[in-house]
Design a protein around this ligand. Structure first.
Ligand code: GLN
Length: 447
C-alpha cells in the first residue's frame, strides 16, 4: 500500500531520491517469516521506513543529494539503519535532502526540490525535507533524518510531523556521511511522539566504531510515554518570542505552553543569554568541519570524477568544481578561511569559546527548568524559490534550533497548529543532556 502511495504522489512531491520496491518486498517477506516464527515481536516489525540519503545503505545508492555521489553504492550500512533493520523495519528507499545536509529548504538537492505535501508551492524545510515530506504524505510511516543545525526539527515543523534530535552521542554516527561531526546526530521523524520514541529506542546504543557514541543505560524512551506533566518545570525563553517571530507562530506556541500549564506543568518565562551568538558560532564551526570532512571527495576513491583533466591537480579541481553545488562550495570556502593560519584564532577558536559559553547558559537554565519550550522556526514554510537568493537570511531561520546542536542537547519538534495559509506550525521542546525522557513525556502529554 505504501509503495502504491509513493507511485501516486511522488511525481508531484519528489520526497525520494531512490525507491527500491523489489528490495522492500523481499525484505518484507523475510521480516514476515521472522514475525511468524516469533523471533520479531517489537513495535517496528514490518514497519515501512524511509532513510535520509546521507545514511549509508549497503547495495543501495547513497547520494547525499549531490552530483559528486550520484552513483555511489556503499559497501556497508549505517549503524542506525542496521538497528532499524534488526528491529524488523522494511526500507523503502532514500529520501531527498539539501546537498550534504547544507540548507533549510531541500532546494539545494542535485535531484530537484521536494515539495511540501500541505501546499505544493511551498518548501518542506531542510535539510531532512524528503524524510519529513514522506512521513507527512503517507509515503512511509517512519523516517530517519540527521540534525546538525535543526535539519530534523525545522522540516518536521514545516511538514506537520514529529522529529527528535537526541543528545549528542546517543546514536552512533557510523555510516552517516559527515557534515559537522561535532554537531551531527541521527534521529527519527514520525507521525507522533510514540512512534519517534520507539524508533529512537531502537537506534540508540553504544557502537565502538563511533568514539563519541555513549553507553547509556537509559534508552528505554517508550517508558516516558506517560500522560503526566504535573510539576514539570517548563521555561519559556523571552528571547525566543521577540522580534522576527511570526505572530501566528507566537500565538500557536504560547497556546501549547498554556495547554501544558493546564495539565499541571509549572510554566515560567526567563532570559536565556547569548541567543544572538548561536548563528555566527554555528556557521563558523559547521563550515570548518565541513571543509575538512568534504576533502575526501576528490574523484579518486569513489563518486564522480571529471572525464576531462590533464594531471592530478586538475582532476581534483575539476571534479570538485563540477561535483559540488554552490551552497556546498560556499561552506567549503568559508570553512577553509576560518581554519587558515592567521584567522584560526579570530574565528574558529572564538566560535568554539562561544559554543562553550552557550552551553553554560543552558546549564544555568536547566537548574531552574526541566524543559525549555519555544518555536521551532520563526515562521512557517516559505514559498519555493524564495530562500536561496539570500543565504544570510536563510541562516537566520535557524535561530531557535542550532543552539541545541551547539550545546549537545536533545530537542523535539511537534505540530501545534496551522497558520492562516493552512501551513503547519511546530513547537520545540528542549531538554538537558540525557533528558530525552523529559521532553518525550511533555510531548506525549501535549499530544
Ligand atoms: N540549516 C542548517 C544548515 O544549513 C541545517 C543543517 C543541518 O542540520 N544539517 O547548516
Amino acid at each position: 500500500a505504501v509503495l502504491e502511495r509513493i507511485a501516486q504522489v511522488e511525481p508531484d512531491l519528489n520526497a525520494y531520491v531512490t525507491v527500491d520496491g523489489d528490495r522492500a518486498m523481499e525484505q518484507a517477506g523475510r521480516v514476515q517469516r521472522r514475525i511468524e516464527s516469533g523471533e520479531l515481536t517489537g513495535p517496528l516489525a514490518g514497519v515501512p521506513v524511509a532513510i535520509k540519503d546521507n545514511l549509508c545503505t549497503k547495495d543501495l545508492k547513497t547520494t547525499c543529494s549531490s552530483r559528486i555521489l550520484e552513483n555511489f553504492v556503499p559497501t556497508y550500512t549505517a549503524y542506525a539503519v542496521q538497528k532499524l533493520e534488526e528491529a524488523g523495519a522494511v526500507i523503502l528507499g532514500k529520501t531527498n535532502m539539501d546537498e550534504f545536509a547544507m540548507g533549510s529548504t531541500t532546494e539545494t538537492s542535485y535531484f530537484g526540490q521536494t515539495r511540501n505535501p500541505w501546499n505544493r508551492d511551498h518548501v518542506p524545510g531542510g535539510s531532512s525535507g524528503g524524510s519529513c515530506a514522506a512521513v507527512a504524505a503517507g509515503e512511509c510511516f517512519l523516517a530517519l533524518g540527521s540534525d546538525t543545525g535543526g535539519s530534523i526539527r525545522q522540516p518536521s515543523s514545516f511538514c506537520g510531523v514529529t522529529g527528535i534530535k537526541p543528545t549528542y552521542g546517543t546514536v552512533s554516527r557510523w555510516g552517516l556521511i559527515a557534515y559537522g561531526s561535532s554537531l551531527d546526530q541521527v534521529g527519527p521523524v514520525a507521525g507522533n511522539i510514540s512512534d519517534c520514541a520507539a524508533a529512537l529506542e531502537a537506534i540508540s546504543g553504544h557502537d565502538p566504531r563511533d568514539s563519541t557514541s555513549m553507553d547509556r543505560k537509559d534508552c528505554d524512551f517508550t517508558a516516558a510515554l506517560q500522560d503526566d506533566v504535573r510539576g514539570l518545570r517548563v521555561g519559556l525563553p523571552r528571547d525566543y518570542f521577540g522580534e522576527g517571530l511570526d505572530p501566528e507562530v507566537r500565538k500557536a506556541v504560547l497556546d501549547a505552553a498554556q495547554a501544558l500549564r493546564e495539565k499541571g506543568a509549572l510554566v515560567e518565562e526567563f532570559d536565556l543569554g547569548l541567543v544572538e551568538y548561536a548563528i555566527p558560532a554555528y556557521y563558523v564551526i559547521a563550515s570548518a568541519e565541513a571543509s575538512s570532512n568534504l576533502s575526501r571527495f576528490d574523484g579518486v576513491k569513489y563518486g564522480y570524477r571529471t572525464p576531462d583533466y590533464e594531471d592530478l591537480h586538475s582532476m581534483y579541481k575539476r571534479t570538485r568544481s563540477e561535483g559540488f553545488g554552490p551552497e556546498v562550495k560556499r561552506r567549503i570556502m568559508l570553512g577553509s578561511f576560518v581554519l587558515s593560519s592567521g584567522y584560526y584564532d579570530a574565528y574558529y577558536l572564538k566560535a568554539l569559546r562561544t559554543k562553550a559559553l552557550i552551553k553554560a547558559e543552558f546549564d544555568k537554565a536547566f537548574k531552574r527548568f526541566d524543559v525549555i519550550l519555544g518555536p521551532t522556526a520563526p515562521g512557517t514554510a516559505p514559498l519555493l524559490g524564495s530562500s536561496l537568493s539570500d543565504p544570510l537570511k536563510m541562516y537566520l531561520g535557524d535561530i531557535y534550533t542550532i543552539s541545541a546542536n551547539l550545546a549537545g542537547l536533545p530537542a523535539v519538534s511537534l505540530p501545534c497548529g496551522l497558520d492562516s495559509k493552512g501551513l503547519p506550525i511546530g513547537v520545540q521542546l528542549t531538554g538537558d543532556c540525557f533528558k530525552e525522557k523529559e521532553i518525550i513525556r511533555a510531548a506525549y502529554a501535549y499530544e
